[in-house]
Design a protein around this ligand. Sequence first.
Ligand code: BGC
Length: 774
Amino acid sequence: MTISKQKINKFYNMNKTFVLLILAGLSVFSFKPENEPKRQLDPAIEVKITDLLSKMTLDEKMGQLNQYTSHWEMTGPAPKGTSEQQLLEKIKSGLVGSMLNVTGADATRKTQKLAVENSRLKIPMIFGYDVIHGYQTMFPIPLAEASSWEPELARKSARVAAIETAASGIQWTFAPMVDIARDARWGRFMESSGEDPYLGSQFAAARVRGFQGDDLSASNTIAACVKHFAAYGFIEAGREYNTVDISESTLRNVVLPPFKAAADAGALTFMNAFNEIGGTPSTANTHLLRDILKGEWNFDGFVVSDWNSIGELLIHGVAADKKEAAELAIKAGSDMDMEGNCYVPNLKTLVEEGTVDVKVLDDAVRRVLRVKFLLGLFDDPYKYSDENKEKTLILTKENLQAAREAAKRSIVLLKNENQLLPLKKDGQKIVLIGELAADKDVPLGSWRAKAITGSAVSLLEGMKSAVAKPANLTYEKGPVYVSCKSLFTVQLDFNTTDRTGIDEAVAAAKKADVVVLTLGENCFQTGEGRSQTDIKLKGLQQELLEAVCAVNKNVVVVLMNGRPLDISWMANNVSSIVEAWHLGSEAGNAIADVLFGDYNPAGKLPASFPRSVGQVPIYYNHKNTGRPSDGEGNVFWSHYTDSPNDALFPFGYGLSYTTFAYSDLKISSETIAKGEKLEVSVTVKNTGKVAGEEVVQLYIRDLVGSISRPVKELKGFEKIALKSGESKLVRFTLGENDLAFWGLDHKFKAEPGDFKLWVGTNSVEGLETSFKLK
Ligand code: BGC
């Protein structure tokens, strides 16, 4: 890192001769958007872009569509095409419109200078980085945060992340990831908001608003990048980067809604997915990029490929060489080439020989320039690179406080028999067991941007500061279950046979009033490239769990993980289970807040927990089939012979230290006409002894459609706070849009007929009524 920075300095101080490029192939054109964009285009910006485009050579245009990674930090396979020296030269000649993985006010300023002071047209670069759940102050992984069912919380986390990111010179995050995830084998489940298009849409839009704020030109707002377009979560067998083959109906009704919500929220950029759909890799998918995104949705920002996804068109077997890959990608609507080395130099030739219309190239360049103008980079290319802000705005007390708030609100209480929780701060001998409990790194999660290694508050630390006397809490590490400390470790080693620590843990458990046992996953067990064939506890964890349960009945398991796990044995054999995911910088404090009742947990699962890996993909909004299970396991019905069909813990599930009763479900009318609204109300009462929050959920089922509809679909939710004994009337309004789906006629519309409606505490329990759409 230091060497590279020195190199940049040296290079920057070298003779700053401008390289005059030959003004060849210059063409003036009139821009015609494919459709009327939603964001009002700023005419002044559009004129400036037209002017700039008229001065640009084909090389310079190509350059704007070219993105390289820095050589000192990489988030994909090492670059083969360009040495560091060549990279710096290319920046100087205007051949690099964007870079990723350049971080820090100093490095971004110096790299930016290379472009702005040396290239002929002085066009600033845009710097992108994967800020997935925080920059240095780490928030819960996105899957965890979705468990809060509070999109506003996600907006706030994204805002803090944007402020920290911008303060270090970066103007663009490759987030939010809005892929629907149904398969727990997939390592990237942790980056998603779970299995539901409605919940996912709310979180997608909220995160875009958080990153982009309400003034794009401010120096603390950054461009969002909605990814991965599209259907990455549907890879066969959950195996990373695998093939996808889904119907247009699944695409439109399940996969795309969160992308559409993010586009409607004004997202400036989109990123391609690595996968193909039905034979066409997303990067070359005209239907996705031109027809839907830039056509139907009037998206006016730009699309960046995923890391070398244009180059991978060769490997998919749809392009014979890089030139053909470039042609397919640019024609399909992929505007910027991330680390593919395909656009430079082929685009120029493709235009010169007439294979690609210059208007296609110009449209892509216009989109990139538009984003740069909107971010204010032409006014001040260095405004994000501010060392002072970098020192004062990152990892502040306030940001950590926000992370703690987000973390505690993301915890889901899965089981709490005999009110074992909350624990007592005094008068109870607690033993905390498990490697993960003292770990200060795992809670930071995967995809952790600039998190400082080992900087999280561990659960041990959190509990120590919560108990009344140090003597109330002891700690036993137990066995080491997995050796993995780096994102780039190729093979994780779960096969340890070293049982050191089990006996000590069991002895301590025997003497304690309550055992708090941490189990789950190492943070690098999840994330990109981390698919698994099994979702059980790895290593010696199950053995440890059973050994501890054999000597103490009061066991609270705290799970730290990044995907739904098979915890069937645990669900039947321990008193309490707290799903704590990977919660970020303040994880230990937040979990302690919940364990000791300083915060009453209110999270709900954003994804079903399967009974075993054999059930995946499992999701609540499945179809009925022609032979739905009769619940008895009779032979010729859709079922398994060795397992129930339903989830161990369903979508929307989560307990509280109090209880809630639902009553008086009312609808404004049993029949509504098209264009009319249905008003729904329900009374929710806190019937327990302590104050708490409840996520009230509304589901519908369209009983007969021109195509079959899911057995349940979430269409509304509200998180409410109730004191003990308090009741509240919760209201929802359903419009035609809420009943609509993409049907056989290739339109989104609601079809007349009968609907069922439920309002309740999760996707399987609720009060039921029905109505008719005329
Ligand atoms: C991932 C993207 C990420 C990109 C840049 C790829 O491997 O799929 O999500 O934004 O790398 O780091």
